[in-house]
Design a protein around this ligand. Structure first.
Ligand SMILES: [Fe+2]
Length: 156
């Protein structure tokens, strides 16, 4: 890891966070869990696998899918790093285009559909997403960021 480690975590986790969508990694069918288990299996640090497991308030969706118990294989981190990962994920669309948080939520609900686990989890999940986005925006406005964060943000 780099000078403080946090910047490298913040580069690795966004790069890897959706790896569980890969067809050959599909097991439970829940990409945060499948991705995290894969990363743990091939030797990535537990912290990276855990950030992937819990990215963007995944536990809310896991509950709807009956996979919350499985997700507890991985500790849930709540920190500026997990917030920044969420922020990067929730302000960039599936084609890599930057979006506002509201656009991203609307796009997600539209893609997954009204009967999806994501839609069912939305009432519980949305406030968590919003709170993390606000925390990051506050840190940004307060200048509590660094070059590593900006780099991660532009490559997520
Ligand atoms: Fe994801």
């Amino acid at each position: 890891m780099g000078p403080d480690g946090e910047g490298d975590v913040l580069l690795a986790a966004p790069w890897l966070h959706d790896i569980g969508y890969a067809a050959r990694l599909r097991d439970s069918g829940f990409h945060p869990l499948d991705g995290a288990r894969h990363l743990r299996r091939i030797g990535w640090p537990l912290r990276i696998a855990a950030l992937v497991a819990h990215h963007s308030a995944a536990l809310s969706v896991a509950r709807v899918r009956g996979l919350d118990e499985a997700l507890t294989e991985f500790p849930r981190e709540e920190s500026p790093v997990s917030d920044a990962l969420l922020y990067a994920d929730q302000t960039i669309g599936p084609n890599g285009r930057m979006m506002t948080f509201d656009e991203r939520l609307a796009d997600m609900l539209n893609r997954h559909g009204p009967d999806s686990p994501n839609a069912a989890a939305h009432r519980d999940r949305q406030p968590q997403l919003y709170a993390a986005v606000r925390r990051v925006e506050h840190r940004l406005s307060a200048g509590q960021t660094d070059r590593a964060w900006r780099s991660a943000r532009s490559s997520a």
